[in-house]
Design a protein. Sequence first.
Lengths: 480, 136
Amino acid sequence: MIVRISDDAVAIACGADDVAAAFITAGVAVERVSSWGMQWLEPLVEIDGVGFGPVSVDQVPAIINGSAPSVGRIEEHPFIANQTRLTFARAGKTRPLSLDDYYASEGWLGLAKAHEMGAEATIATVTTSGLRGRGGAGFPAGIKWQTVARADGDQKYIVCNADEGDSATFADRMVMEGDPFMLIEGMAIAGFAVGADKGYVYIRSEYPHAIAKMEAAIKLSSHLIAPFVIEVRVGAGAYVCGEETSLLNSLEGKRGEVRAKPPLPALEGLFGKPTIVNNVLTLAAVPWILTHGGEAYAEFGAGRSKGTMPIQIAGNVKHGGLFEVAFGITLGELVNDIGGGTASGRPVRCVQVGGPLGAYIPPAQFHLPLDYEAFAAADALVGHAGITVFDDTVDMAQMARFAMEFCAIESCGKCTPCRLGSTRGMETIDQIIAGKNVEENLALIADLSETMKFGSLCALGGFTPYPVMSAIKHFPEDFR
Amino acid sequence: MVSIADILTEHKDREGPLLPVLHDVQKQFGHVSEDAIREIADVLNLTRADVYGVVSFYHDFRKEPEARPVLKLCRAEACKSRGVEALVPLAESQNRIKIEAVYCLGLCSVGPSAMVGDKVYARLDSARLRTLLEAM
């Protein structure tokens, strides 16, 4: 009997190491694999395809002797069966640092294909796929690559943005902890396509497991991606470094302050050289696209949102985890059908999509399809596709205040609307909560939000108005 | 014992060496002192103001040592939706352990979550948080 248990941070935080140790003590072989992403079941124990979870140490003997109740065959579980896993095809199935497992599951085929077809055709394939930046901005990856490929420069860089700071997002972390070779392959393909020989993965310091896995995987695979070289760099607790120009400054060893654009990083990026800055999920999607073709990827999705999106269902939700599916699925399906409603069993009051800079959306808008354009039309954003579910005990005035507070804490200080606006916004919402001059202060917040939205240098100050104004618009009763 | 000079020697020829240097100094000494800033600036050919500016910008770097053990409690939206705010009074009812806010550990469906050193803890409730604090 071989028992498979994830060594992903969620599994470990829920006690997977102790459970694994208990099996080993009982004389059972344990394989540590990536996570299936069924996080409400972690620690999830898999034996011959059948799952048990969440497992505690005292349930180990019953699992070994076959008397413990299971959740059935994992691959047939609706949460898994209803997904379209391209980027997460290996999730739950392979050992993260096993090159053998990676080879055996289409590993390195994308890179080989790129070498075979050449740099220009590689970029054309990415363009055909319709892949858009998964970090939140949704910029077409092929166009960015083309720009860097055509830019003049003796040195070019591939920078992987792994500063996944948004609450309710963990897909980048799962890629790095569960399938690090896929990200390495994606970066190597990007490097080959645009003529860059050096890549950096900028990982936030709050992700020690991802840092360790990426460093180990880079060591194990360096000969397979040579002459391309990848180095891990660790962030230092600044949310704003997820913004690409701030991230570049941080990599250069500076304060993580935002740079004005233009110049675009594609032309003057890291150390002033042409640089691709792509999110983990963008680069991780590339090996599949090269292996199966750009058209195959573009067959998934809706409108101009092509392919699949690894959606992260989080917060007060019954079935939280990683759900990869083609664009176009509605919020209601995600929250109610797949997520199963709230974990607390109370009614869903709202969800926040896209992290701390994303809008709060009430159930009345759960018909919205997950699609960059459809969300933008509803004054919301897809962002990194993290969904936080709240039940009816949430106080939306407090959440609006927190949006301003978070912006004040994390503002880099470079531009005035963000630096000062966030603090004044927090104070003004405090006045509203205290019942002082409510209507005048709400008007002031609306005005301030306009200023922040259009006057800030980057999305931190520019998008903080989304959670604030959506909370006021959809839940006015919490402010009066 | 690794010295600041050793750390600088290890990193100084890398591209953009300052953050890796500061991480190692912070890890080794628990903070980045005035003297360390002076030495780093000297070797990396930066001004002390440049280095100080970087140290003060990032939440991970401390200018003063912290004698107490530190528990980082996630206070971001997903953990708020799962009730972390109700745990804050308990966490702060003692003075032996420093409680710091962190904004997201990426454990957003199994919160409230916390981190001690490199170890992560999820599904915290009053009992589990109390046990965790007592074990520190």
